[in-house]
Structures are given as structure tokens and as C-alpha cells.
Ligand binder design. Structure first.
Ligand code: GLN
Length: 539
């Protein structure tokens, strides 16, 4: 049972992409650092049941939880800031709420009633929030409502939040609003009008923000703060400046330095305990003062929206920071390689390592395969993740085994050499939502291999998965005879990790180690890769 049950809602105004998730995660971290148990919930007002069926260009990466939830990327921020594992229940969508309400209606739970947004949908929203709080027994839940205040989709969630405040009282429910305060380049002045309107819109639906976090390119001026206070109807001491930073883990430090932790405790009736944020300060210091830099090619097909690969970027930075190495990313759009816009040979001298990124479907595949070939032959450290590993396998079959039409059946179902093929568990699966091989699953390591050393000699490790295809074990012998060996297997016996002997670093994983990387506890796979890249001959 929850002991305190306090709720902090985080809403956003003016426009999306303001870093609401980072603000919510920072608030959760500050409360956790005082010794309270905290959980974090992301509400996504879209009608999809989960993020799994969405193109990354729509919403950034799909973050996979331990229990196999395909969730919004903000869940990744929460896990990294709080250093806890969350579940699929921590991501609530309109799709989830409506499917439950409609199921209940069909079952006859509301017999005789007209089923309405208020109270039935709003009750279900409050119920699902409550289920999460109860499941973890959390003192405090930080609940981020996605989108922007004023969106039609978000209204039932804001209404549920308003009701919760009415039911539980202001000492139990706090509203934080995150707004953009733009700076006009012509005048150099911070403009508060859009933020004023957004707060007005919130008040129109019955929500008065208690705390305002202002995102801006420069620190908030006194004048801007005065206006936000007056028109937002909240004291200047409850307005926090959150200017752009180099590293997101600086945000909680900045908010704390301005007194946010104290305001949160006063408003929620919590005991103030001076939080120890020194590990975070140390992380920021190390990140900001690297001893070396490495250039990492990021080879994928969603490279025009780098949020598509957020957890991988974060994981590379976590590992880099632990080694005092700053990774600089060179984005390689695979379709540009196919069109000849990028010449892969130029990469050989201009990068220290490359990541072949995860993905689905045909677009960009040949570009990735030709990139892999050139980098493998040139001895550039290379890490393949999921689809990246699968294409490393296709490339090797084609170039080294001489099977020129080898392929994954995902791209060519008719290939005579299906070196990557549909998982047997997936055969006959037609429904696309939530049906991949998902979540944390055991991987057995082969002693004395590189992978085994990377994981410190562990017998079995658990990593998160999201795939339908696998390396076809029928070809394994041929690969291994050519030094491309499997160093990890699923318990069912298919290869999960492949590595090339006699190469500086050439390793691919079927799983996604990025989802388990934490700033203060980086993933060993990424650390080994950054280490190999930063000890390249050009350094
Ligand atoms: N498309 C591949 C599969 O389904 C790889 C998935 C991924 O990269 N996450 O197996």
C-alpha cells in the first residue's frame, strides 16, 4: 500500500519537445533523493494502445521495459534518472484507457448507464494511475501528461488531474507547468505572452499551476519572471528557469539550486531532507571535461530525427563519461549511402567507430550492408544492435561465405540463403501490436569469448529484446569456420551475440543493451565499444 500518495502532474505549454520528460524525471529524482519512494508515469494522449506500432519519425524511439512494454521514450528518461525499472503500466495512453472502458461496457459493468468521458473515462484514468502507485507502494507519483495544453486529446487527462486535486486536496496534488519562453533574435528580449496564454488555458479548465518551469535559451530575466508571476497567478519564487544545457543530468542540479526541492516539500507537506546530488554533479563535471573525444558513425535510416535512437545516444555517453571520453556523433543516413551522397570510404579515416543501428524493413538496407563491409575490411570498431547484427550477418554471408544472394527473410522472403529468418515463435503471427519477442530475456554467454569478458565472466545475462527475426543456426558452422563466432545464445539455442576474431572490435547483439544503461551504471557492451574506438590508431 502507498504510504503518502502524493501526485505531481507535469504539463506542457506553447509547443511540444520542450523536454517535459527531463523536467518530470528531474522532479522525481529530487524527491527520490530525499528518501521517498517515487514512481513516474507517462500519459500519451494518442489513440494507439502503445508506441510499438509507431514509426520513430512520429514519436522518437520505442523504449522497451523489462516486462516487454513498448513505451514512450520518456519512460527511458525516468529509468535513467531514477535508476529503477518501470513497467508497461507506467505508460498510459488514450488507446489503453478506451480499450478497458469499452471492454467493461461490453461485459455489462455499466449496465443501464450512458458511458461518458466524465465520469467513466476520467475514472478509468484515475484508476490506472492508482494501480501503478499501489503496485510500487510509492510515496509520490510524478505524472507527465504528453502533448501541449490546448490539445483536444489531452483534455480527459487534464480533467482527471483536476478531479484528483479536488478529491485529494492541494497538499496531495501539485501541478507543474513547463513552458517555452522564446527570445526574439531581433530584440534579444524574452517573450512571456505564449506562456501567459498557456497558463490561462489551464485555468480555463480548472487547473492553477503551482510551479512553473520556463524553458529558454538564456536564464530567465527578472522582468520575464515578474510578468510570468503576475499573469500566471503564482509567486516569483515558484517560477524556475531551465535554460538549455549541454547535458540533461544538469537539469535537476539547476532546479535544486533555485530551490525547487524545498518548494515541492512545502507544497506537498513532505519533510525536507537535503538531497545528496554529488554523484550527478560529478557526472556532469566528467561529461563536460572529457580527456579525449571519439567520432562515432551512427548508421541508420531514421537519422534525421536523432530521438529515434535516444537510448543508444545516452548509452554511448554514459559509457564515454565513465571513461572520460566524449563521443561525437556522425550521422550516416543509409539511404544517402545508397544514393552515393555519402562515400563510405571517406568514413574510414573520419570515424573511430561505428554503430549499426536497429530498424525494420527494406529502406536503407543495402546502404547499411555496404557500410558494414567497408568498415569491417578497414578494421574500424563496429557494434551492431538488433537489425544491425542481422545485417552484419547478411554482409558476412555475402562477402566472406560467397553467398551473394543471402538475406534476411524480412527483406527478401524468397532468398535461397535465409541467414536471418523469422523466429519460430513468430510463425503464424498476424497481429502487429505487442507481438514481437519482447522484454528482458536470458542470454547464455560462451566462456572465453569477448562478450563473456565484457560481461565480467558472467554465465548468463539478461537484456531487453524487441525483434521477430533471428540468426539462422543452420549457417552458424560456416560462419564460425571463418572466425565469425557466436558468443551468446538464447536458452532455445539461437545465436544472440556474434563477434569476429582477429578484429579490433566487431560485435553484434540481438538485444538492446542501451535500454539498461544508466548514467551512473553504464552498459558494459557500450563501454567496451567506446574503449575500443578511443584506442584506435588515430588516437
Ligand atoms: N527488424 C528486425 C527484427 O524484427 C530487427 C528489429 C530491431 O532492430 N529492433 O528482428
Amino acid at each position: 500500500m502507498s504510504r503518502l500518495s502524493k501526485y505531481v502532474f507535469v504539463t506542457g505549454g506553447v509547443l511540444s519537445g520542450l523536454g517535459k520528460g527531463v523536467t518530470a524525471a528531474s522532479i522525481a529524482l529530487l524527491i527520490k533523493s530525499m528518501g521517498y519512494s517515487v514512481t513516474a508515469i507517462k500519459i500519451d494522449p494518442y489513440v494507439n494502445v502503445d508506441a510499438g506500432t509507431m514509426n520513430p519519425y512520429m514519436h522518437g524511439e520505442v523504449f522497451v521495459t523489462e516486462d516487454g512494454g513498448e513505451t514512450d521514450l520518456d519512460i527511458g528518461h525516468y529509468e535513467r534518472f531514477l535508476d529503477i525499472n518501470l513497467s508497461k503500466d507506467n505508460n498510459i495512453t488514450t488507446g489503453k484507457i478506451y480499450s478497458v472502458v469499452i471492454e467493461k461496457e461490453r461485459r455489462g459493468d455499466f449496465l443501464g448507464q450512458t458511458v461518458q468521458i466524465i465520469p467513466h473515462v476520467t475514472d478509468e484514468i484515475k484508476h490506472q494511475i492508482e494501480l501503478v502507485v499501489r503496485k510500487y507502494g510509492s510515496d509520490v507519483a510524478v505524472i507527465e501528461i504528453g502533448g501541449t495544453v490546448g490539445d483536444i486529446e489531452g483534455l480527459p487527462f487534464l480533467e482527471a488531474a483536476r478531479q484528483l486535486r479536488l478529491e485529494r486536496g492541494p497538499e496531495s496534488v501539485l501541478f507543474t507547468h513547463v513552458v517555452l519562453v522564446p527570445r526574439l533574435s531581433t530584440l534579444g528580449e524574452l517573450k512571456t505572452k505564449p506562456a501567459q496564454h498557456s497558463m490561462q488555458e489551464l485555468r480555463r479548465i480548472g487547473i492553477q499551476p503551482d510551479v512553473l518551469v520556463a524553458r529558454s535559451s538564456i536564464p530567465l530575466t527578472d522582468e520575464a519572471r515578474r510578468k510570468l508571476s503576475l499573469f500566471g497567478n503564482l509567486p516569483p519564487s515558484h517560477i524556475f528557469s531551465n535554460p538549455d544545457v549541454d547535458v540533461i543530468y544538469e537539469v535537476p542540479l539547476r532546479l535544486h539550486a533555485q530551490g525547487l526541492t524545498r518548494v515541492l516539500t512545502e507544497k506537498l507537506g513532505l519533510n525536507y531532507v537535503e538531497p545528496d546530488l554529488s554523484p550527478w554533479a560529478e557526472y556532469v563535471e566528467k561529461f563536460s571535461n572529457p580527456e579525449r573525444r571519439v567520432r562515432i558513425a551512427m548508421v541508420g535510416k531514421y537519422t534525421r530525427l536523432t530521438d529515434s535512437y535516444l537510448s543508444i545516444i545516452e548509452a554511448l555517453r554514459h559509457s564515454g563519461t565513465s571513461l572520460r571520453v566524449r563521443p561525437d556523433f556522425i550521422w550516416v543516413e543509409a539511404t544517402d549511402v545508397e544514393r552515393g551522397v555519402i562515400n563510405v570510404r571517406d568514413l574510414v579515416d573520419s570515424v573511430d567507430g561505428a554503430v549499426i543501428l536497429p530498424g525494420f524493413g527494406e529502406r536503407g538496407v543495402e546502404g547499411k550492408i555496404s557500410t558494414i563491409r567497408v568498415l569491417r575490411e578497414a578494421g574500424v570498431p563496429l557494434l551492431g544492435i538488433c537489425f544491425g547484427l542481422q545485417l552484419m550477418v547478411v554482409e558476412f554471408a555475402r562477402s566472406v561465405l560467397g553467398l551473394s544472394d543471402a538475406h534476411t527473410t524480412e527483406v527478401n522472403p524468397e532468398t535461397p540463403h535465409p541467414v536471418v529468418d523469422l523466429l519460430s515463435s513468430q510463425k503464424g503471427t498476424i497481429v502487429k501490436g505487442g507481438t514481437m519477442r519482447l522484454g528482458s530475456i536470458d542470454v547464455r554467454l560462451v566462456p572465453s569469448t569477448l562478450a563473456w569478458k565484457i560481461y565480467g565472466g558472467a554465465e548468463v545475462v539478461r537484456e531487453r529484446h524487441r525483434h521477430r527475426y533471428q540468426i539462422n543456426p543452420a549457417y552458424l558452422r560456416a560462419f564460425e569456420e571463418n572466425d565469425f563466432i557466436a558468443s551468446g545464445f538464447s536458452l532455445e539455442g539461437f545465436p544472440e551475440i556474434m563477434e569476429l576474431k582477429n578484429h579490433r572490435f566487431y560485435l553484434g547483439v540481438q538485444f538492446h543493451p542501451e535500454f539498461k544503461s544508466r548514467p551512473l551504471r553504464p552498459s558494459p557492451i557500450f563501454t567496451a565499444f567506446i574503449n575500443a574506438s578511443s584506442s584506435s590508431p588515430t588516437h
